[in-house]
Design a protein around this ligand. Structure first.
Ligand code: MG
Length: 203
C-alpha cells in the first residue's frame, strides 16, 4: 500500500505557514513504514527538535483506478479515518529554503499515526465532518471538511491522473489551522465529531 498526502488544503493553515494558495492540490507521499496503528506511542526522533502535529481526515481506497472521472470518484473510497501527519518542521523549512524535497521531513518512521476506519455510511454529509485534536486535554486543532480547498472527489481525480490508486491506499486530506510542536510526555487524542479515534503518547 501507499500513503498519499495533500498539503495546503485549508486556507487558514496556508496563512499560518505563510504559504501560497495552490491552483492544484499539493501532493507528497509517505512510505508504509511511517504508519503507526493501534495507538502505539510515537518515539520522538533525535534528528528533529521541532516535530509538528497536523491532524487530518483520511480516505481509504477500495479499488484500483487511474484517470478516474469526477462522477465516479466517490466509488473509489469506502471508509474515513483520522491520522496525524507528523512533520519535522525544522527539516522541512531547511528543505523549502534549498528547494529540496520533503521526503525525510514528512516520511520518517512513525510520521503517520492512523485510526481505525469508519464506513462511509456512518456519515450523512462528507462535506461537513468535524474533526479535532487535543493535546493533554486541550483542543489544539479543530476543522471541518467544508473548509477544504479541494474536496475528496477532486483529490481522487487529480492524484489518479498521475499515480494509480490501489485498494488499501490511504490519503491524508490536509490539515486545518492550529499546527504546532509536540513534546515528549504529551498525550494526543483525535476525534471525528465526538468519537475518539486516536489516543496515544509521545515518548
Ligand atoms: Mg499535512
Amino acid at each position: 500500500m501507499k500513503i498519499l498526502c495533500i498539503g495546503r488544503n485549508y486556507t487558514e493553515h496556508i496563512k499560518e505557514l505563510n504559504n501560497e494558495k495552490p491552483d492544484e492540490p499539493v501532493i507528497f507521499t509517505k512510505p508504509d513504514t511511517a504508519l503507526l496503528k493501534n495507538n502505539v506511542p510515537f518515539y520522538y526522533p533525535d534528528f528533529s527538535n521541532d516535530i509538528h502535529h497536523e491532524v487530518e481526515i483520511l480516505l481509504k481506497i477500495c479499488k484500483e483506478g487511474k484517470y478516474i472521472a469526477p462522477k465516479f470518484a466517490h466509488k473509489y473510497y469506502d471508509a474515513i479515518g483520522l491520522g496525524i501527519d507528523f512533520t519535522a518542521r525544522d527539516l522541512q523549512s531547511k528543505a523549502k529554503e534549498k528547494r529540496l524535497p520533503w521526503a525525510l521531513a514528512k516520511g520518517f518512521n512513525g510520521s503517520a499515526p492512523i485510526s481505525e476506519f469508519l464506513p462511509l455510511k456512518d456519515f450523512s454529509n462528507l462535506e461537513n465532518i468535524n474533526f479535532s485534536l487535543k493535546i493533554n486535554g486541550e483542543v489544539k486543532q479543530a476543522g471541518n471538511t467544508s473548509l477544504m480547498l479541494f474536496r475528496f472527489d477532486e483529490i481522487i481525480c487529480y492524484i489518479s491522473k498521475f499515480i494509480t490508486l490501489k485498494k488499501g491506499d490511504i490519503i491524508f486530506t490536509g490539515t486545518p489551522k492550529g499546527v504546532g510542536p509536540i513534546q515528549k510526555g504529551d498525550k494526543l487524542e483525535g476525534f471525528i465529531e465526538d468519537k475518539k479515534m486516536l489516543d496515544f503518547e509521545i515518548k
